[in-house]
Design a protein around this ligand. Structure first.
Ligand code: GDG
Length: 472
């Protein structure tokens, strides 16, 4: 990785802490953000502030993560209103282009403001005890009011925000009674980051509708009060070396050998998603159903594996989705399993180990990343990286509504997941691509991921925040 772009300590503020309790005690969680931030934090020191259910027992430090952890404690009522309510039932569906109906509830908004204020107080307290003003980097839609709350409390710190989900067009933002507060919350940052230029442009257009006299010069917004805010598009990515090594590690090879035995003679469609209605799992299953209906021979020749990682099961829409998905899996298997043959759909309602995940990526002939809307989608990037590392020629079937599409051009088989029949033809087409074509596409996809990895994302963001904070 290149030079660290700031010599200040870094304080990351996110909904969650990057640690989890295991049988062997507290451990740093595996994930791109932690991996990418580790070198910066190790060099400059810093802290991570986030909510944990078990705040009182979170240790100040864990092995493998050289930063101080500060757990924010929230009451059950706050979690209901701020997290399950406003974050996951109002903002999440609205920002994902209304693929579910957002709920507007004033008590959730109050809890959201209250929790953001609580976070601001914890951050201010941590910053006060640090020898030099740190760079503050706020993550995601749970904490959109926080930049404004931190501006007055920590005036000497450069302040950045990154949104991990899409930013919708102004017509949708307008539905929120509290849109002005959210935009003002974000505009207090020195730099606001988005995955794609489309989300950035949506944000800029929303700001221009809120204030008269805002000019946008390139990536810089000049506000009527004389302040300048940078609004930038920086796609998040993965640690390419880590995934390339994982793809061919002994443990992965062992897992793959088992899977190859289990699925011998079958071509594999794979889906890997949190069980979330934005991911298009139901639509995907319906396409599979049409595919098998049209092609009786495929009922024995293909298997569709769906890993559905449990998610937000405290929220009604997610429980309902689980029932719908499981009913559909049962329907397809009931209809198309042939006597003496395996079921066509293998459904796992759980997460798997990283080595097993890499083995599934390598096993897949067609990776189905078909969200109805997705900020970026790291699964697509992990798949092409693992396949390329092992000389594979798997095909990426990618939704036009995933942020990742913008970096991939025409090398994935691009699909519209709302067109279920169309998607079923594209699944068939993906199986029929010539080997040379598949390999060439995969090589270009993997190069695209390598050329902008997660370290470039982190460094780009931090450099942007540093630079913008020095503007008038
Ligand atoms: C949000 C945005 C944006 C999945 N199954 C297993 C497993 N995973 C890991 C994958 C991947 C991560 O979970 C999922 O990341 P995505 O990007 O695909 O999706 P979201 O969770 O919705 O993330 C999204 C992202 O934030 C980052 O900004 O890209 O658009 O919605 O890394 O590897 N990991 C393991 N077992 C599994 O079974 N170990």
């Amino acid at each position: 990785m290149s030079d660290v772009p700031t010599d200040r300590p870094l304080v990351v503020i996110a909904n969650r802490l990057p640690v989890g309790k295991t049988d062997d005690g507290w451990k740093a969680s595996a994930g791109g953000l932690v991996t990418a931030l580790r070198p910066v934090i190790e060099q400059t020191g810093g802290a991570w502030i986030g909510w944990d259910d078990d705040a009182a027992s979170v240790p100040r430090n864990v092995e493998g993560l050289a930063c101080d952890l500060h757990a924010v404690a929230l009451s059950r009522a706050q979690v209901r209103g701020y997290y399950h309510g406003f974050s996951n039932r109002t903002v999440w569906p609205l920002f994902h282009d209304l693929v579910a109906q957002p709920v507007i509830d004033r008590s959730w908004w109050r809890a959201y403001s209250e929790v953001n204020t609580h976070f601001a107080e914890v951050v201010a307290d941590v910053v006060k005890k640090m020898p030099t003003p740190p760079l503050l980097w706020v993550q995601d839609y749970h904490l959109m009011l926080l930049p404004e709350m931190l501006r007055s409390r920590c005036p000497d710190s450069p302040l950045g925000f990154f949104l991990h989900i899409p930013f919708p067009p102004p017509e949708l933002v307008a539905r929120l009674p509290w849109r002005n507060q959210l935009l003002e919350g974000l505009l207090a940052a020195d730099a606001v980051g988005f995955h794609t230029r489309h989300y950035r442009d949506n944000f800029v257009r929303s700001v221009q509708q809120l204030y008269t006299g805002v000019s946008a010069l390139g990536d810089t917004l000049a506000l009527p009060d004389g302040r300048h805010v940078r609004a930038v598009a920086h796609p998040i990515s993965i640690d390419v070396d880590e995934f390339s090594e994982l793809a061919v590690a002994d443990e992965t090879e062992a897992e793959l050998a088992e899977l190859r035995e289990q699925f011998a003679g079958r071509r594999i469609f794979l889906g890997v998603d949190r069980l979330d209605y934005t991911k298009g799992i139901r639509h995907r299953l319906e396409s599979i159903q049409l595919l098998l209906e049209r092609n009786p021979a495929l009922r024995r020749e293909v298997a569709f594996i769906q890993i559905a990682v449990p998610s937000r099961d405290d929220v009604k829409e997610y429980r309902e989705l689980r029932t719908e998905v499981e009913t559909e899996v049962g329907r397809i298997n009931g209809r198309f399993t042939e006597p003496g043959h395996d079921v066509p759909v293998h459904y796992l309602y759980r997460g798997v180990s990283r080595a097993k995940l890499a083995a599934y990526y390598r096993l897949a002939d067609v990776m189905c990343v078909t969200p109805l809307k997705d900020g970026m989608n790291l699964v697509a990037k992990e798949f092409v990286t693992c396949q390329a590392a092992a000389g594979g020629d798997g095909v990426l079937l990618l939704s036009e509504f995933a942020g990742a599409l913008l970096e991939f051009g025409h090398d994935p088989v691009r699909c519209n997941p709302f067109d279920i029949e169309g998607m079923s033809y594209l699944m068939e087409a993906a199986l029929d691509l010539e080997a040379d074509d598949r390999r060439a596409r995969l090589r270009r996809l993997a190069e695209a991921v390598r050329s902008w990895d997660v370290f470039r994302w982190v460094n780009g963001q931090l450099a942007e925040i540093e630079r913008s904070s020095r503007r008038p």
